[in-house]
Design a protein around this ligand. Structure first.
Ligand SMILES: Cc1cc2nc3c(=O)[nH]c(=O)nc-3n(C[C@H](O)[C@H](O)[C@H](O)COP(=O)(O)O)c2cc1C
Length: 196
């Protein structure tokens, strides 16, 4: 059974590094046979949003939000690639995530964090955990944390060095955990409609 997974990433920086982890996650999830798509907030080109998707009258949301709403609704699970700015989350990804709500409900999410240093974005991963739970996703307990990212992944997202080796090992369990919950949630949605 193919699962539909969105990998979400949201740095707008010109020399951004987290795209390496996004590419790695896309590749490894695709190798498992799942249908995986990247949602790159910078490529979508969202401005700082001033209204939630659901606050627009039907068929009047900007095309980029309408497309995203459909992609989120159709997904079975999510992987959030989360970098860290001053112990907090990256605004581009937060902007995109915050302006949807019901579209996220009743699906699992997993967090893969990274940073330039050895703490690997752990503080932003903690912040995202609460945010994603609040938004109706079930956050799986497995995480991956990559740091220093420049010494762990090459420009094209291939694992390098000790950090890369550790990521390769950790990612299998991370993906197994997410996919178990993806399939559990999918089966339950088919068995019984969500209560709200
Ligand atoms: C504004 C800013 C704040 C940062 N704050 C942190 C931080 O609190 N902790 C950390 O480990 N790295 C921090 N860094 C370094 C980032 O981990 C590193 O630049 C990383 O590559 C950012 O992700 P991106 O390249 O995908 O944008 C910061 C970087 C920037 C640009």
């Amino acid at each position: 059974m193919t699962n539909r997974i969105l990998v979400l990433y949201g740095s707008y920086r010109s020399d951004r590094m987290g795209i390496r982890l996004a590419q790695f996650a896309l590749d490894r999830l695709r190798r498992r046979g799942d249908g995986v798509e990247l949602i790159d907030a910078k490529a979508v080109g969202l401005p700082m949003l001033d209204r939630m998707y659901k606050e627009y009258p039907a068929n009047e949301a900007p095309a980029a939000l309408e497309k995203l709403a459909g992609q989120i609704r159709d997904a079975d699970g999510f992987v959030f690639i989360t970098g860290e700015y001053n112990w907090g989350v990256q605004p581009g990804l937060k902007n995109l995530t915050d302006h949807f709500l019901e579209e996220w409900f009743w699906r699992p999410a997993a967090i893969a964090s990274y940073s330039a240093g050895r703490l690997s974005g752990a503080r932003s991963a903690s912040a995202w955990h609460g945010t994603l739970s609040e938004m109706g996703m079930v956050v799986v307990s497995s995480t991956v944390a990559v740091g220093p990212i420049a010494h762990s992944l090459s420009e094209d997202g291939a694992p390098i060095g000790e950090g890369g080796k550790a990521l390769e090992q950790a990612f299998k369990r991370f993906a197994d955990d997410l996919m178990w919950w993806v399939e559990a949630a999918k089966a339950q949605r088919q068995r019984r409609a969500p209560p709200y």
